[in-house]
Design a protein around this ligand. Structure first.
Ligand code: ATP
Ligand SMILES: O=C(O)[C@@H](O)C(=O)CO
Length: 436
């Protein structure tokens, strides 16, 4: 018996596929806090894995697939899953946003179904709840703090406005398989009761199961119940409890996980492309502490190179060590106007690639080495422009946001990738003070 458990424990054990880069670092820090040694990769990984993952329990692959056409999202997710299988991982986790960011067409349902087929899985769980960040699910309805999802500000999201808080109904629209619920009543009975309920749902032909969760104790119970599943899907709230569940099941060895501060000195830069309520407040609160450039969106649509040149001249004229902040962050009325004028997708892409070019220029020419990025799509575009391929996870700045340090990137950079809605009003200052 002991012998077979020994054979079951392997490193890397868990392979994760995240649909955006801030979500990936959120997942990574939660796995580290759960006691796993984690490496984060950016983009679909390729090549053979050498010895580099021998001392790693989990690999987190950060994609940028949340808001792209679903065929493309499926393709990148499956390629990542195949690479993870080649590396030898045993269990898989598909990470999406704790606010279930998606549309009636996907990509959460379609990607999950494609992964199920690839991994030969007949049932999986959908557990976005992240109570420490205020996201809870009750009777299949998603709340942000005290508000239903569709009244939380997420109804104004620039790319995926969330207008239906009923996740069973919403996931059904995106999926081909039957959707059911693992309710709080069952979860609060026991993890065995959850396993029984999952088995009964499976007999009834239900393959996709939304899980309620109102607190960390619910998540720990769900984690115990889903530990045997080859594929689990959800937010980082559940992921925080999976390492212990795998250890209790005898599938994962205990290991020493560390989260060291990045040791990178140089100039600091904040780049904000999120238009969430939290980021709007954070950008406003940071202004007295830095030199700020607000992006003129019509001007970058017309001629982004001239705007980049203007921005460079502004940056050169700032005090030598001043923190710089460049933001497109706007209120919903301004966003709606710009989207009407230029098209939602096109304006988003222009802003993302402009911010990517700003980051590249300021790192290359102005000794910027410490970057705080706000927004998942935004961060994905910027790390892509910088050519960052993997990250070491450092200590947590606030729930779901760690400092990270680039691996194998010249020059080394300290990066904080903040999910749009995470962090208190003084997040940017807090983050930079941790480095000083
Ligand atoms: N002023 C603006 N008008 C229209 N679109 C904008 C504006 N500023 C930013 N955007 C776009 O809105 C999108 C914001 O998405 P992003 O993922 O970066 O933030 P978020 O959704 O708040 O964060 P997260 O995904 O981490 O929750 C980006 O594609 C960005 O380019
Ligand atoms: O789950 C969350 O809320 C975040 O990790 C995220 O994915 C936001 O982009």
């Amino acid at each position: 018996m002991i012998e077979s458990k020994k054979l079951n424990t392997r490193t890397p054990f868990l392979g994760c596929i995240a649909d955006d880069v801030t979500g990936a670092t959120d997942l990574a820090i939660n796995l580290v806090q759960g006691g796993m040694r984690v490496v984060q990769m950016l983009g679909v990984p390729s090549g053979e894995a050498a010895d580099q993952f021998r001392d790693v329990d989990a690999i987190v692959v950060a994609l940028k697939t949340r808001s792209i056409p679903k065929e493309n999202a499926i393709d990148q997710s499956i390629k990542s899953a195949r690479w993870l299988q080649r590396v030898g991982v045993d269990r898989f986790f598909f990470k999406y946003c704790s606010t279930f960011d998606s549309t009636n067409h996907g990509n959460i349902g379609p990607v999950a179904e494609a992964l199920m087929e690839e991994l030969n899985v007949s049932q999986t769980i959908f557990c976005p709840a992240f109570p420490r960040a205020g996201r809870t699910v009750y009777r299949g309805h998603l709340f942000v703090g005290d508000q239903l999802l569709n009244e939380s500000g997420m109804q104004n999201h620039p790319l995926n406005p969330m207008t239906d808080p009923n996740l069973v109904r919403f996931l059904t629209k995106q999926s081909t398989k039957n959707v059911g619920l693992l309710s709080a009543d069952t979860i609060r009975t026991s993890s065995d009761a959850c396993s029984d309920r999952l088995a009964n749902l499976s007999c009834d032909g239900v393959s996709l199961v939304i899980a309620d969760a109102g607190n960390d104790s619910d998540l720990a119970t769900v984690a115990d119940a889903v530990a045997p599943m080859r594929l689990v899907t959800g937010g980082s709230g559940l992921a925080r409890f999976l390492p212990q569940a795998y250890r209790t099941a005898g599938d994962l060895k205990s290991s020493e996980s560390t989260a060291e501060m990045p040791k990178v000195s140089g100039r600091s830069l904040i780049l904000a492309g999120s238009c969430s309520i939290a980021t709007n407040a954070q950008v406003q609160a940071m202004q007295p502490n830095c030199s700020t450039w607000f992006i003129d969106v019509p001007a970058i649509v017309a001629d982004s190179q001239s705007e980049l040149d203007r921005l460079k001249a502004w940056a050169m004229a700032t005090e030598r060590d001043a923190t710089l902040m460049v933001a497109s962050t706007s209120t919903p009325d301004v966003v709606a106007k710009l989207q009407k004028q230029f098209g939602a997708e096109s304006v988003a892409t222009k802003i993302e690639s402009f911010l990517g070019a700003v980051a590249k220029m300021l790192v290359a020419q102005m000794n910027v080495r410490q970057l705080v990025l706000a927004g998942g799509e935004t961060s994905g575009a910027i790390v892509g422009a910088l050519g960052v391929h993997s990250l070491r996870i450092g200590p947590e700045i606030c729930v779901g946001v760690p400092w990270t340090e680039t691996i194998g990137h010249e020059p080394a950079l300290a990066l904080a990738l903040k999910s749009g809605n995470f962090g208190s009003e003084n997040f940017f200052l807090l983050a930079l003070e941790m480095l000083s």
